[in-house]
Design a protein around this ligand. Structure first.
Ligand code: AMP
Length: 425
């Protein structure tokens, strides 16, 4: 149910062949509807709609682009006519009309992957912003064109509504030069913008505030190392609410072991693989992005649940994949505490961070050097959308689980930038 007088914010997240959407109440951030369009630009393109009858089931929010935990209505529409992003946004408009919701939509927030060095916060989308995003395409050739397609579709189909861009990279613009500079000829930075940018910034911003609330401290006084562990994964050092360092770099390939991404690799491996196999640089990049990580090590799956089940059944590849993932993560968490200088909490979020008590236990097991001691009962109990402390509560630093909610963060930025009423107003 949409509460009386509450406006709605549409949040869009476009990939090359997909579109994820969420419709949220602008005042309380509650999720009303989510949708997912897939196989766009193919004859099989479709969109599913998922209504949340009682969004209050998720008190501090759990990412829920598609998962209808409230047991509301879900249905699918084939995009037989127009199968592109515009067709998907048109189908969304039709759906809103059928439920008399279209008149309540007051603004649209877009997840944009790369804002380069230009944006350190979210912005209203103007022609100048679109031009800058086009300039950033070489930095994110897979993501930014898809994000732009979504922006153009929204502008065409919801004319007159404000559109806001929320960047994955923006939060990390506070990283100091010594953290974002690669030790390569400086000309590459000056000429082409080769530096570390970092990603998952919207999630870090949301989780840092929620972690500060959980610790009962003002955000500006907190020193956190946050691990966002989803299919893509990264770690960030967040001091006083500002990013000081992060594990992803120029692209989302650097850093941790991920579902299909290798994370860190000797840069010399590129030339080695090319010479040994005859693959081109593009093919190697593709392999490191799509066939490596959990999938590459286990030779089984990119999905942590499958890996955990197989490891429990004795699958050697899965066992090794788990161990490398936890060990690399622990190394990164320890190194990020150099950037924060002190440490109140290690925070786990993302599908794996929120749900895998096994990965958390293994990682904390490697982190005795930081004085972390797991509370096994709390670790098992803090899953599936619950937040809480999972180490001995009398110790600092502690480890926390905090569910992320990127779409809510995007909705709130969209609300404030487009001048809609905020709860405090
Ligand atoms: P995300 O990209 O944040 O949706 O996270 C996806 C990852 O979370 C996948 O590797 C899933 O296997 C993992 N995941 C989700 N639920 C669980 C669970 N109950 N236990 C372990 N991993 C999970």
């Amino acid at each position: 149910m949409v509460q009386e007088n509450h406006k709605l914010i549409l949040v869009l997240n476009c990939g090359s062949s997909s579109l994820k959407g969420a419709l949220l109440d602008s005042i309380n951030g509650e999720l009303i509807l989510s949708c997912l369009a897939e196989k766009l630009t193919t004859p099989e393109a479709y969109i599913t709609f998922n209504y949340f009858e009682n969004p209050k089931v998720q008190p501090i929010g759990r990412r829920s682009w598609f998962v209808n935990k409230a047991g509301g209505d879900k249905h699918r529409v084939e995009l037989s006519g127009k199968t592109d992003h515009t067709g998907a946004v048109e189908a969304l408009l039709e759906e809103l009309k059928a439920h008399d919701l279209q008149g309540l939509v007051a603004a649209i927030g877009h997840r944009v992957v790369h804002g380069g060095e230009k944006y350190s916060g979210s912005v209203m989308i103007t022609d100048d912003v679109i031009a800058t995003l086009e300039e950033c395409i070489p930095l994110a050739p897979l993501h930014n064109p898809a994000n732009l397609t979504g922006i153009h579709a929204a502008q065409a189909i919801f004319p007159g509504l404000p559109n806001v861009g929320v960047f994955d990279t923006a939060f990390h613009q506070t990283m100091p030069e010594h953290a974002y500079t690669y030790a390569v000829p400086r000309e590459l930075y000056r000429q082409y913008g080769l530096r570390r940018y970092g990603f998952h910034g919207t999630s870090y911003r949301y989780v840092a505030q929620a972690a500060a609330d959980l610790l009962g401290k003002p955000l500006k006084d907190t020193a956190l190392v946050i691990a966002h562990l989803g299919n893509g994964a990264s770690v960030a050092a967040v001091l006083g609410g500002e990013s000081k360092d992060t594990s992803m770099g120029l692209t989302p390939l650097e850093g941790l072991v991920m579902g299909t991404r290798s994370g860190d690799l000797d840069p010399g491996a590129y030339g080695f693989i090319e010479e040994a196999t005859g693959m081109s640089a593009k093919e190697v990049t593709d392999m490191l992005n799509k066939k490596s990580g959990l999938l590459g090590i286990s030779e089984l799956s990119n999905d942590m649940r499958t890996i955990q089940e197989a490891a429990a059944d004795g699958h050697e590849g899965a066992k090794l994949a788990l161990e490398i993932t936890a060990y690399r993560l622990a190394k990164y968490i320890a190194s990020m505490s150099v950037a924060t200088g002190r440490l109140d909490a290690v925070v786990f979020t993302g599908g794996i961070g929120e749900n895998s008590s096994l990965i958390r236990a293994k990682t904390i097991g490697y982190l005795a050097i930081l004085g972390l001691e797991l509370d096994e009962e709390a670790n098992e109990a803090t899953r599936f959308g619950k937040a809480g402390i999972i180490t001995r509560a009398d110790r600092t630093p502690c480890a926390l689980v905090v569910p992320t909610n990127e779409e809510r963060m995007i909705a709130f930025d969209t609300r404030s930038l487009s001048g809609l009423e905020s709860p405090a107003a």
